[in-house]
Design a protein around this ligand. Structure first.
Ligand code: C5P
Length: 253
């Protein structure tokens, strides 16, 4: 069989050409990075967990009418997605002060915010993904005013859905990041949630204990990251059997 063509390799995923035009295969790696790639480790089974969790969140979003790029999961590490034109922005939605917002504004981590706050960051590794304003986005043409309105609306819908789902399993959705792409249908374009939604891109705290169940476990050396993600998957009823770690058959990819 001919080797398939790689379209893009990022820090945690690889995109390959899909079986049909307009599709891509998204492969989830075990590579885990923080600080714009300064800290890097392979965490056994992380890709398997994120593939499964992202499927779970994207399917849930689709079920309430939020459009996503997700088509179907293919295997332990791969999913079939629609090819979209990515908007070069990260959309961060925050419910509770944490991370870079706490640092930037001197807010105590864990302080509830008066309402969900949306921020935009420019996707540019060389610049360390700087925060940008709506003025910057419009002036530099990264997205239109209509796109911005649609991104805010998508971000808030994802927040409502994800907050509710996580709350149901005793987890607080502190904040998260999504990436958004354009799909063209005839003369029209619409925006869809793309990339992934996983504990790599969310802050998830146990409601009772405050225990962190997200990538901060890795960023801040708080313990075993795969165990934290497995706990999220277990509570959601996703992957009850194996976390893909070395307890079972070795993965072949
Ligand atoms: O670091 P910061 O506090 O700005 O992150 C906000 C949220 O966005 C966190 O949930 C973090 O995991 C996510 N994020 C991400 N990818 C980035 C930056 C932030 O997934 N490049």
């Amino acid at each position: 069989m001919a080797r398939r063509r790689m379209v893009y390799e990022g820090k945690a995923k690889i995109l390959y050409e899909g079986p049909e035009p307009g599709t891509l295969i998204q492969f989830f790696k075990d590579d885990t990075t923080a600080g714009n790639g300064e800290k890097h480790e392979l965490i056994d089974g992380k890709g398997v967990l994120n593939n499964r969790l992202s499927e779970h969140f994207m399917e849930g979003l689709a079920s309430i009418g939020v459009p996503t790029h997700f088509i179907k999961r293919l295997n332990m590490r791969e999913q079939l997605v629609r090819a979209v034109e990515m908007i070069p922005l990260e959309v961060v939605v925050r419910n509770v002060a944490a991370g870079s917002m706490s640092k930037r504004l001197g807010l105590e981590e864990g302080a509830p915010l008066p309402r969900p706050i949306i921020e935009f960051y420019l996707k540019n590794d060389d610049l360390g993904d700087p925060i940008v304003s709506e003025e910057h986005i419009i002036a530099f043409g990264w997205a239109s005013q209509q796109d911005l309105d649609d991104m805010v609306s998508l971000g808030l819908r994802v927040n409502d859905f994800m907050s509710g789902m996580m709350r149901g399993v005793g987890i607080r959705l502190v904040d998260f990041k999504i990436e958004i792409g354009r799909v063209f249908e005839g003369d029209f374009q619409r925006l869809v949630v793309a990339d992934e939604i996983s504990p790599d891109s969310c802050r998830l705290w146990d409601i009772e204990t405050g225990q962190k169940l997200d990538k901060d476990v890795f960023r801040r050396d708080l313990g075993n990251l795969a165990d934290a993600y497995t706990e999220v998957a277990r509570r959601l009823g996703v992957m009850p059997r194996s976390n893909g770690s070395n307890t079972g058959p070795k993965l072949v990819h």
